[in-house]
Design a protein around this ligand. Structure first.
Ligand SMILES: [Zn+2]
Length: 128
């Protein structure tokens, strides 16, 4: 087992710090359309540095891609069984466009919750 504790599912869903689960991660509210993905530099509660190195959040592209492909597959199956498969060509892009701010944010949060504790364990735990 690892010797650090990561915040749980609810802090993840509420966009809170992956270490303490209290401080917020994003600067603005999700519906502030211009800057919904602006990330704070440090956790206001425990001081965790959110971007351990330049370009850390480029990895969020892969998470975002996985989330979009996964939700497209699930939506396609759902629409097929509901009998709306021919309209799926309009419904799925509309849902994806509407959910993009959330998908963007959860891509970044997955970087913070999954990749950060593994790749930057010393920074995450606060040890040198
Ligand atoms: Zn924190």
């Amino acid at each position: 087992m690892s010797d650090f504790k990561r915040a749980g599912f609810m802090p993840f869903m509420l966009s809170r710090c992956p270490r303490c689960g209290k401080g917020k991660v994003f600067r603005n509210k999700i519906l502030s359309f211009k800057k919904f993905s602006d990330t704070l530099e440090h956790c206001p509660s425990c001081g965790l540095e959110y971007e351990p190195e330049t370009g850390f959040f480029f990895g969020a592209m892969y998470w975002t891609y996985a989330l979009l492909v996964g939700s497209t597959v699930i939506l396609s199956i759902l629409l097929y069984y509901l009998g709306y498969f021919e309209q799926a060509v309009y419904i799925i892009p509309a849902i994806i466009l509407f959910s993009l701010p959330w998908v963007f944010r959860y891509g970044r949060l997955l970087m913070l919750y999954v990749v950060y504790p593994i790749m930057y364990k010393d920074k995450f735990t606060g040890k040198k």
